[in-house]
Design a binder for this molecule. Structure first.
Ligand SMILES: Cc1ncc(COP(=O)(O)O)c(C=O)c1O
Length: 397
């Protein structure tokens, strides 16, 4: 009964750990969860009020398939004001989250067997989305020494005649690394020699950067604009994960193709969320900067804690709310019960079952030597989490 397409998809490994953590918590076990992919903050009141107003005023119908004109205008104005990028409203499409924007952008551009380059560690959904578009995901292993960032040499060596796309994610989930202007320029120089490659630039963590403002590849290489699909949304920066609102900005033919797919699959995002989106992009940014400050303090705390653990190595992530230490030196060790920790998944399950700490294994992101720790959690939980991590790791032999 099940299609080959569905059979070939992997289900999310992140969800496996989350489900286990939830089950343990349900049984009354104390679990500190540092596995969340969403801010531990609530959406700002002025955004919520815009949505409440939309409901009470009866704004209940379908909107235009591409999103409300006012919101497309607000996104264009935001891209100009904050990112110094020129887009017309018709070059923007709103979707049910950045996830859908990326998925539909791939469906709109990738043909069977086209290769899409994905630097690893990567966000879990990229390879599966490429497969759903009948493309071939080609992962490029990056190194801890280079903060898991793609180098121009690696990019150059990975390009073949079949390469149709490159997915860039900065700030990165799962590593928190951000590409610098220079690094993006060097990648852009390689791409400029390959005019058929489409760049999917996932900038969903744009507002969570700690060392200066966010940089998009289009800021350093405007010439790539006619083959770049910029993806962003409201989930992370405004703590609006459940509202399901994101967008793609790109060349009109691509946006039109995405609109066609969207019109047959999901119509438009929620009218209520779109009103909230307008409030987010036209209102106060105080909560955004307060969250950024809180994340920065937590990041600094975690870097110090992790670096104090023997055998753990980590670099200072400059964005998002994740830290991705190298835990490879613990692979091959044994638990006090005599079980061998063969993989980062084994390590995560051990930390969860024996020490009540939920994290996400690097395996889920295509990097076996890592562990993703989310600091979208209170300082109190982070402190307790680090105690549990230290206990867990020091018990291995
Ligand atoms: C790198 C990355 N891109 C996209 C998304 C999807 O965001 P949205 O909630 O807008 O669909 C996420 C969410 O976890 C993410 O981490």
């Amino acid at each position: 009964m099940i299609s080959n397409r569905a059979k070939e998809l992997s289900s999310s490994q992140t969800l496996k750990i989350t489900a286990k953590a939830k089950e343990l918590a349900r049984q009354g076990v104390s679990v500190i969860s540092l596995s969340a992919g969403e801010p531990d903050f609530k959406t700002a009141p002025h955004i919520c009020n815009a949505a409440i107003e939309a409901i009470t005023e009866g704004f209940h119908g379908y909107t235009m398939n591409t999103g409300m004109p006012e919101l497309r205008e607000a996104v264009a104005a935001k891209l100009k004001r904050e990112n110094k990028l020129d887009y017309q409203p018709y070059e923007i499409i709103l979707s049910n989250g950045a996830k859908q924007s990326i998925g539909f952008a791939l469906l709109a551009t990738i043909n069977p067997k086209d290769e899409v380059l994905i630097p690893a560690p990567y966000w879990v959904s990229y390879p599966e989305m490429v497969k759903m578009a009948d493309g071939t995901p080609v992962t490029i292993k990056t190194t801890f020494a280079n903060n898991y960032k793609l180098t121009p040499k690696q990019l150059k060596e990975s390009i073949t005649r079949k390469t149709k796309g490159l997915i860039l994610c900065s700030p990165s989930n799962p590593t928190g690394a951000c590409y610098t202007k220079n690094e993006l320029k060097e990648l852009a120089d390689v791409l400029s020699e390959h005019p058929d490659i489409i760049i999917f630039s996932d900038e969903i963590y744009e507002y969570i950067t700690f060392e200066g403002d966010h940089v998009s590849i289009l800021n350093v290489a405007p010439a790539l604009k006619d083959r770049t699909i910029l993806v962003n949304g409201f989930s992370k920066g405004f703590a609006m994960t459940g509202w399901r609102l994101g967008y793609a900005a790109g060349p009109k033919p691509v946006i039109d193709a995405i609109a066609k797919i969207q019109s047959q699959e999901t119509s438009a995002p929620s009218s209520i969320s779109q009103k909230a989106g307008i409030a987010a992009y036209t209102g106060s940014m105080k909560q955004v900067s307060d969250m950024r400050q809180a994340f920065k303090e937590r990041r600094n705390f975690l870097v110090n804690e992790l670096r104090s653990i023997e055998g753990v190595d980590c670099f200072v992530p400059s964005g998002a709310f994740y830290i991705f230490p190298d835990i490879s030196r613990f692979l091959g060790k044994k638990t006090p019960d005599g079980d061998k920790i063969k993989t980062s998944t084994d390590l995560c399950i051990y930390l969860l079952e024996k020490h009540g700490l939920a994290t996400v294994p690097g395996d889920a992101f295509g990097e076996p030597g890592g562990l993703r720790i989310s600091y979208a959690a209170s300082m109190e939980n982070l402190k307790e989490g680090m105690i549990r991590l230290k206990n867990g790791l020091s018990s291995l032999s």
